[in-house]
Ligand binder design. Structure first.
Ligand code: 8YV
Length: 321
């Protein structure tokens, strides 16, 4: 009997082809709507493996109810939606797709930084509203990034590429705060390890690239924004839960920071009446960090390979637990 795999969304064709060619019996949630947890639990009773994504809540309740599953392969690098400890307890293997979206996500962080520094989203909106009238020498001013200081919060693979881009394009000074020192980044980018407080007080641009964990949840709050330069830009392309959105709105309104660029919000999706969308020095994107053909195909390949290898060898190439 072929093993049965449920795909919680219509993932790229590459994943579907790989699983089919390997002889799996697959079912796809063709309509692409997120399946509510209880419904997904019911569906999974009929399957051996699940190809999941960040919008599937795979908590202890889910895992207890689906403990017959052999493997859950996550179509993402982040797995903060999965209770990894509980999965271990129930003997369910968890895989993910690390590194697949490194360049793509760093590009979004880099793009947001430029968009915010020159108020590009707001400028675009003024034309749509018929407000491009005549030249005013002191209007529409942003600021330049050349020689400024980039503070990377979480210098892993994506943070490292963002730092590389900023160094190459603008000769920015790189400082970072991390769980551990990154010697390679120190050697090649002259990056300097600093405390969290130093990161806040010294950065002209702070870019968040860490995982969402108990330690990072809500870390960028009222107190953190108050310590930042009033000329600083806050960029988050990691997880919306790392910043406190109400505090961010207040900090921008009060002018205690200058601007913000977000690819992740809290909650997601962001509602259209969110005050951030009306602010001049803000750019918000709908979580498109990994939205390139290259990244999504690589995520498809890695997440399918995890399932294929698991049933072939008992081991997976990209394990989480
Ligand atoms: C996904 C991501 O778009 O990989 C991640 O962790 O945030 C994105 O690539 C999203 O999580 C959907 O699973």
């Amino acid at each position: 009997m072929p093993k049965k795999v449920f795909l919680s969304l219509k993932y790229p064709q590459l994943a579907i082809d790989m699983l089919k060619q390997a002889g799996f019996d697959i079912t796809i949630n063709e309509n692409n709507n997120p399946i509510p947890q209880e419904e997904l639990i019911n569906i999974c009773q009929e399957y051996d493996a699940l190809l999941s994504t960040g919008s599937n809540k795979i908590d202890a309740h889910f895992l207890k109810s689906c403990q017959h599953l052999d493997i859950i392969s996550q179509f993402a690098v982040g797995y903060d939606n999965i209770d990894v400890q509980a999965a271990k307890q129930f003997g369910i293997v968890i895989g993910n797709a690390p590194g697949a979206m490194t360049e793509a996500t760093a590009d979004v962080a880099f793009g947001l930084m430029i968009m915010v520094s020159r108020k590009m989203v707001h400028m675009h909106k003024t034309i749509e509203k018929g407000q491009w009238n005549h030249f005013i020498p002191t209007a529409n001013l942003g600021f330049e990034l050349d020689g400024k200081t980039l503070g990377v919060f979480g210098l892993g693979t994506i943070g490292r590429v963002m730092a590389k881009r900023c160094k190459a394009a603008y000769g920015m000074n790189i400082i970072y705060h991390n769980r551990s020192k990154n010697q390679e980044a120190e050697d090649t980018l002259n990056a300097k390890y600093v405390s969290f407080d130093e990161l806040l007080t010294q950065s002209d641009v702070i870019s968040v690239h860490s995982n969402l964990t108990e330690e990072t949840k809500g870390l960028f709050d009222k107190d953190a924004f108050a310590k930042m330069k009033d000329s600083a830009i806050f960029i988050n392309t990691a997880r919306g839960g790392i910043h406190n959105e109400a505090d961010l709105i207040e900090a921008l309104k009060a002018g205690s920071i200058w601007g913000a660029g977000l690819d992740v919000t809290n909650p997601e999706p962001m509602q259209p009446n969110n005050p951030l969308l009306q602010m001049e020095n803000v750019a918000v994107l709908p979580h498109i960090g990994s939205s390139t053909v290259e990244a999504r195909n690589e995520m498809a390949r890695m997440s399918a390979q995890n399932i294929i290898d698991f049933y072939k060898t008992g081991k997976i190439p990209y394990p989480v637990n």
